[in-house]
Write a protein that binds this ligand. Structure first.
Ligand code: FES
Length: 136
């Protein structure tokens, strides 16, 4: 009798495992996609970025910069050039963002002024809450 129960329990466990191995992928396929986790937020004091200055930061894995544009306020842009992915730099003297690889120029809104990049630098979410800058 004990042997019979053991075999029944073993067959039940094997059966449940077999059913589970078919059902689980179907449930995963039909369920909502497990997208990326929300971007984390980074905060700075407004006083860290005076007018006309910029600060390089990293938002998750994205190199970014926050620029305090004279007369236009703060903006956060990706530093990854839309041409071949070099890191761009803010140039205060020229009032432009420059890609060192192929000499592209971007305006302080991230728009392409000259050079080979096919599109603007992506803008990143930024808001100002009192004296705090929240990026992400
Ligand atoms: S990678 Fe920036 S201009 Fe080519």
């Amino acid at each position: 009798m004990k042997r019979r129960r053991f075999l029944q329990a073993l067959l039940t466990a094997l059966g449940l495992t077999a059913v589970g191995s078919f059902v689980y992928p179907v449930v995963r396929f039909l369920g909502p996609p497990g997208g990326k986790a929300a971007l984390k937020q980074i905060t700075f004091k407004k006083s860290e970025i005076p007018v006309g200055e910029a600060k390089d930061v990293a938002l998750d894995a994205t190199p970014a910069m926050i620029i305090n544009r004279p007369g236009k306020g703060l903006i956060a842009l990706s530093r990854v050039c839309t041409h071949l992915g070099c890191l761009v730099d803010y140039n205060k003297a020229q009032n432009r963002i420059i890609c060192p690889c192929h000499g592209a120029l971007f305006d302080l809104d991230g728009g392409v002024v000259s050079g080979p990049p096919p599109k603007s630098l992506p803008r990143l979410p930024l808001k100002v809450e009192g004296e705090t800058i929240v990026l992400g």
